[in-house]
Write a new protein. Structure first.
Length: 136
């Protein structure tokens, strides 16, 4: 019986001497959780019932009702948390914009670093001279 494994005391070897002690402990733990403890039986039965409900095939009507309930609860959540969701969306868009700007800056930096020093100076002076409204 698996539950007996959990409660049985160790043999004459201590945990340090037994090379398989870790494996035995893990097996006992697995077996313990597989066994329905009498004090926990109602909870285990409820979990098993829910697992069975999730596994069985649903009719089209049940699926439609489930989708309808999900849409209703989602709409209610969005209504109650409208402001926080709006702020999260704004923060997400700003973070993406910042990320793209950083990537663009990194690309510019890599291009400048790949140029020779004299070419980079010439390139930067040409860009400064070509700006509109620049008075020499």
């Amino acid at each position: 019986m698996p539950s007996a494994l959990w409660f049985e005391p160790c043999e004459s070897l201590s945990m340090e001497e037994d090379p398989l002690s870790r494996e035995k402990r893990l097996k006992r733990k697995r077996e313990h959780y597989r066994v329905v403890v009498p004090s926990n039986a109602p909870v285990e039965r409820e979990k098993a019932r829910k697992r069975a409900l999730r596994r069985k095939a649903k009719s089209e009507e049940e699926e439609r009702l489930q989708k309808e309930r999900r849409r209703y609860h989602d709409a209610r959540y969005r209504e109650e948390h409208r402001e926080t969701l709006r702020l999260k969306a704004i923060q997400y868009r700003l973070a993406n914009k910042r990320r793209k700007a950083i990537e663009a800056d990194e690309d510019k930096y890599q291009k400048l670093m790949s140029l020779d020093f004299d070419d980079a100076i010439e390139l930067s002076t040409v860009k400064q001279d070509s700006r509109p409204g620049l008075v020499k």
